[in-house]
Design a protein around this ligand. Sequence first.
Ligand code: SAM
Length: 276
Amino acid sequence: MDFWVTEYQTPALGFSCKTTETLRVEQTPFQHLAVIETEQFGRMLLLDGMVMTTDKDEYVYHEMITNIALNSHPNPKNVLIIGGGDGGALREVVRHPQVEKGTLVEIDEKVIDASRQYFPQLSCSFEDPKALVVVEDGIKYVKDRKNEFDIIMVDSTEPVGPAVALFSTEFYQQCFEALKDDGMLVVQSESPFYNANVIKQAFGGIKQVFPITKLYLANIPTYPSGLWSFTIGSKKHDPENLINKNDYDLKYYNEGIHQAAFKLPSFVRNIIEQGE
Ligand code: SAM
């Protein structure tokens, strides 16, 4: 008999994966955590029943939440990642030639532990000499920090549980103050098809704080609807302006994608314009 795991992406829509093995299931102090082996996507991490990352398509999200800011900021030496306990975003950050320090602040050490055990291609970043891994609430970590980071990336779960406050204007203001005077903030801002409200909240909140606010997209097969958004706030530099042409070959991100990601379908443009 076949065994399928379903993520309910909306109350009326399920995303099901044929599953060959259950590797870990536990209730952490913050969320339900599961690691399964799927036929289509290889290993899959789920938190509270939502797909976080998979062997086969993790590169899209991790390359795109990092490289747009890393390659449009002139000198991205000091980068902070909030969330991202699987280590994929940190891998992309510490790989970047201009980065001197990548700090990852993850609230749930069980996520880090599960990644170490089941996702070596992501958790390899934890041992990088440029990397610092901190187990703490990102809200607390950012509070009262001033003029410290070139880029802050919020690689969080959707706005539930400990991640709710990561989508608040107050938090974006705290990030603004923790950033240097030409810093950038990137947040994952969910699906334009199913989560227009989250996009309005993130884009509208960042726009209240940053002089430059833009949204860009990527195609992630295992995320709700497959179309995913990121919102970027910048104190000075235009994130569409690719200035660091690094030649390391990535699987999704490249110079053309850097430009194309900002070209929005009309309905997505309307979401951010209505939200203003
Ligand atoms: N790529 C995924 C997505 O777009 O949904 C996110 C992956 S990553 C595993 C999300 C992480 O954010 C989780 O490990 C969760 O524990 C962490 N997180 C949620 N709220 C947090 C907070 N306030 N501070 C630090 N980490 C937090």
